[in-house]
Design a protein around this ligand. Structure first.
Ligand code: SF4
Ligand code: SF4
Length: 178
């Protein structure tokens, strides 16, 4: 499903996204993302408002969980926005970047919010919200661990190179890439 371009007529347009620990189908997903992208040069608040309005056109969202739904859609939108802005690699060795689970994890128990990782990463993978948050995981350069040594608390971790190698092997097999 394309989330960063015009919708494809006739194709199903529901996407399951993780909300409150469950995979929930969002109807009109492409249209929702497209509404946000129409405002790509506007503020985050404007984009969020546009997403919410369109989300409610296609889905019934009970008031108490509205913010939770919007936040989940916002995460999806940010990836589409980054692609549109050319801030992420679309693929790595012929495989969609979003299929490759390579990005840092922050142990929030250990993180002291110093911001060293945020400052160091030129790809803007992190944002600081009291503690470091991995806001744009797929901007992380596959196999880079540059920020790891910047953390004074040992709060960052990455998959091992062996795990990366195994995932890549499986993906290459899946897509018939030799
Ligand atoms: S590994 Fe590299 S690209 Fe990824 S978050 Fe750290 S500094 Fe940024
Ligand atoms: S460098 Fe480590 S302690 Fe500092 S904000 Fe990043 S994860 Fe947290």
């Amino acid at each position: 499903m394309c989330a960063c371009g015009p919708c494809c007529p006739g194709k199903p347009n529901t996407k399951k996204i993780r909300i409150g620990g469950q995979d929930i189908g969002i109807s009109g997903f492409d249209e929702i993302i497209a509404k946000g992208l129409e405002l790509i040069n506007s503020s985050d608040d404007d984009q969020r408002n546009a997403l919410l309005a369109e989300l409610k056109v296609h889905n019934y969202i009970p008031g108490p969980v509205e913010k939770e739904y919007l936040n989940a859609v916002w995460e999806e939108f940010k990836q589409a926005r980054a692609k549109r802005l050319g801030q992420v690699e679309e693929s790595y060795h012929g495989i969609s970047r979003e299929e490759i689970p390579w990005y840092p994890r922050v142990d929030s128990e250990k993180c002291n919010g110093c911001g060293s990782c945020v400052e160091f990463c030129q790809k803007k993978v992190y944002v600081l919200d009291d503690k470091a948050v991995v806001a744009n995981p797929y901007r992380c350069v596959v196999s880079c661990t540059g920020c790891l040594i910047k953390c004074p608390e040992g709060a960052l971790s990455f998959p091992s190179m062996v795990e990366l190698r195994d995932v890549m092997k499986e993906l290459r097999k899946k897509y018939g890439i030799l």
